[in-house]
Design a protein around this ligand. Structure first.
Ligand SMILES: Cc1ncc(COP(=O)(O)O)c(C=O)c1O
Length: 445
């Protein structure tokens, strides 16, 4: 495996990847025979690992041992590695000195943790365009899902109107940094400004934002940020919640068990403060090391370079798609708006068929479905709130992507839309799959 190139001083070009990712040279079998270089355009679901992330994990493996428990030297080293991973992640999100970094399984887990620690008299405000992970955990609380306006500039006023009306002692605005369906970036700084005027806290779901844009929670005045390692080029099963310690330290432990507690009797437990309080059981050390390595790599390459790469690829994709009849990139907001490397497409043919043919006949991995954002998808595709859930095609990309990936995709999409699929497909457990499927599987499967 090649090591990650040093990209710091190199001019950004969308013709090449910004950072080296594992699997960039992978060939996948096609149903029609032969193989094709795998074109990974599903980064928003799970991004490939950075080579530097895998190297960091491999480097630590010989030293892997129990954390905060063992007496051996490798345990001491592993415990230090976990704490130094917290420190790197805090730097990545611009955390305050007293912000806590709690390791979780993923963003969903981190938002459920936050939902479990909010004081009882809290009103939670979200927009109605959120991913299910930022809708469903709040159902235990007093929650209002506000209607998203037609332009992003109007969002702060929507929150202002809602905040003026709140009777509870605490308010938490829980908002996505960038939507996972359209990639549009939300005006977090302006929302925080309004929140501050009303003493409300702000939690940012940065599952999509963190791999693409700088987040400085201290400078922004954001109280909590959550994201997943597997979307940040660190697919080793960990995520994080970073933020203010007070609510975390007052609440019951999220995962009660060893490691979260000091003295235990049959009747009583002295719970530790966070992060340990919410991290019962053996932590995912390799997941933590992986996220920290990804954070360091993204800091090194620089958010300006990441954003430029993103913008160049997005502009290229939009140009190519504009030339294909009947294809439309859907957006929440009217007019020009900053977008990360995500595009969801309205197509003249069923998205499930197109996605299946892209994969089986062209070696291109996209995603079709409703992207765990049913309310937003209904809005984008003109359905009523309880109408059927639309199905669309999403392409998403990041630091390992190139113009050639998008050209392969646009060429394949053009050919599928004009000539139809060249294979037969059948529904299997809710997904359209090639039938028959002659593609050999790798041993790992
Ligand atoms: C905006 C957003 N929030 C939350 C999630 C949930 O992330 P995870 O599945 O890693 O918990 C996703 C996943 O796609 C997402 O895009």
């Amino acid at each position: 495996m090649s090591s990650a190139p040093s990209c710091v001083d190199r001019p950004v070009s969308a013709d090449r990847s910004l950072l080296a990712v594992v699997g960039a040279d992978l060939d996948v079998p096609l149903v029609t025979g032969g193989t094709h270089r795998f074109v990974h355009l599903d980064y928003a679901a799970s991004a490939p690992a950075l080579c530097s992330v895998v190297e960091a994990v491999q480097q630590h493996l010989p030293w892997y041992s129990s954390v905060h428990r063992g007496a051996g030297f490798t345990s001491a080293v592993s415990s230090e590695a976990l704490e130094s991973a917290r420190a790197d992640i805090r730097v990545f999100v611009g955390g305050r000195a007293d912000d806590v970094v709690v390791f979780t399984r993923n963003t969903t887990d981190a938002l459920n943790l936050l939902a479990s620690v909010i004081p009882p008299d809290t009103t939670v405000l979200t927009l109605d365009i959120e991913h299910h992970a930022n809708l469903l955990p709040w159902r235990q609380a007093t929650v209002r899902h506000l209607p998203t306006p037609a332009t992003a500039d109007e969002i702060p006023a929507v929150f202002r109107a809602a905040l003026a009306d709140i009777q509870t002692a605490h308010t938490l605005i829980a908002i996505t940094g960038a939507t996972n369906v359209t990639g549009e970036v939300l005006p977090i700084a302006d929302i925080v400004d309004v929140a501050r005027q009303y003493g409300a806290r702000v939690a940012v779901d940065a599952a999509q934002l963190a791999p693409h844009r700088a987040i400085d929670i201290d400078a922004l005045g954001v109280d909590y940020v959550v994201f997943s390692g597997h979307k940040l080029y660190a697919p080793f099963g960990a995520g994080v919640l970073v933020g203010r310690p007070d609510w975390l330290d007052l609440a019951d432990p999220y995962l009660a068990g060893g490691g979260a507690v000091g003295n235990v009797s049959i009747e009583h437990a002295e719970w530790l403060l966070s992060p340990a309080r919410h991290e019962g059981g053996t932590p995912n050390l390799l997941g933590a090391i992986a996220i920290a390595a990804a954070c360091r790599a993204l800091i090194d390459v620089g958010t300006t370079a990441i954003q430029q790469h993103d913008h160049a690829l997005t502009a290229h994709l939009d140009r190519r798609l504009a030339a294909i009849d009947g294809v439309q990139v859907v957006t929440v907001f009217d007019g020009e708006h900053d977008r990360i490397g995500i595009a969801t497409l309205a197509l003249p043919q069923p998205a499930a068929v197109v996605a299946a043919a892209l994969s089986a006949e062209h070696g291109i991995g996209t995603r079709d479905g409703a992207f765990c954002a049913h309310p937003l998808m209904r809005r984008l595709f003109g359905q009523t709130p309880l109408g059927p859930v639309p199905n669309a095609l999403r392409v998403s990309f990041g630091v390992g992507s190139t113009v050639a990936d998008l050209d392969d995709f646009a060429d394949a999409l053009t050919s599928i839309l004009s000539d139809g699929p060249q294979w037969t497909y059948a529904l299997e457990r809710g997904r359209l799959v090639p039938s028959p499927d002659p593609r050999p599987r790798p041993v790992s499967a």
